[in-house]
Design a protein around this ligand. Structure first.
Ligand code: SAM
Length: 254
């Protein structure tokens, strides 16, 4: 089972039931709102926006000055909530909501025309469920127009290691090994596997999987940016929520 299938298991169950209620709302998240608002505003005449791993569309309320929006996510139930959110916004504005498309797909395998977006953002996905590697970053920069902006969040690996590992009990370590063994040895279709467990239990089982190989340090990110040597300017900063320290990357392509 790969990272994509694992994310689907978590969000097809958890997303459909409790993501909207449990999604964190710490003040640290104001950073997201500010970055998304200014990412949209920079483009005169309206921005073409791509939300990678849009989930339930938790940040759609920050979108302004939009020509159109494309949201991509692995999970159909998460997208159903996002669609409902946009439908309600459209009703509220008497049909004045911007055009949009919500696509169920893996952000690692989807492709778009070069320079098709003026603002691309991804919160809680890259460096958390999907590795931000050369391929992913080059794709984002390729899809971005000249002068376009990207805002990406990543979980800080140092912080995760320092703060979480000492507290993982022996029991959890043992459970992790069992679960990893289970996933790696049985190729069970996501849907039939999901039906065996309640959504809460399933979420807890899958979240015991160790995603920390996907998390990054600021050094990893600057090395990656230097290595791909795309024409871009970047700014990396960190901010907290109640669970992780996140690194925010603001990229401008030129
Ligand atoms: C923590 S949620 C974040 C959702 C939203 N961006 C937000 O900030 O509320 C992670 C989302 O990433 C999606 N996801 C994880 N891996 C994915 C992949 N490979 N392709 C597309 N979506 C993915 C999940 O389905 C889930 O909706």
């Amino acid at each position: 089972m790969d990272d994509f299938e694992r994310a689907k298991i978590i969000y097809d169950t958890y997303g459909a039931t409790s993501y909207e209620d449990l999604a964190p709302t710490d003040p640290g998240y104001d950073v997201y709102a500010d970055a998304i608002r200014s990412g949209c505003r920079h483009k005169a005449g309206g921005a073409r926006v791509l939300d990678l791993g849009c989930g339930t569309g938790r940040w759609f309320h920050c979108l302004e000055n939009i020509r159109f929006l494309v949201g991509v996510d692995a999970s159909r139930p998460m997208l159903a909530i996002a669609k409902d959110r946009l439908r309600r916004a459209d009703q509220k504005s008497n049909g004045q909501c911007f055009p949009y498309a919500l696509i169920e797909a893996d952000i690692r395998s989807i492709s778009f025309a070069p320079e098709g977006f003026d603002f691309i953002y991804s919160t809680g996905v890259l460096g958390e469920y999907v590795k931000l590697d050369d391929y992913m970053l080059k794709s984002i920069l390729m899809w971005l127009s000249k002068g376009g902006i990207a805002f990406l969040t990543i979980v800080d690996r140092y912080y995760y290691k320092l703060n979480s590992y000492p507290y993982i009990s022996m029991r959890n370590r043992f459970l992790k090994l069992l679960i990893r063994d289970f996933f790696e040895n049985f190729s069970i279709a996501t849907s039939s596997f999901s039906r065996l467990f309640s959504s809460n239990i399933l979420r807890r089982i899958v979240s015991l999987h160790d995603y920390s190989n996907i998390y990054m340090t600021e050094h990893d990110i600057t090395t990656l940016l230097t290595r791909i040597s795309y024409q871009s300017r970047s700014n990396i900063y960190s901010f907290h929520d109640r669970k992780h320290l996140h690194l925010g990357i603001l990229l401008t392509k030129y």
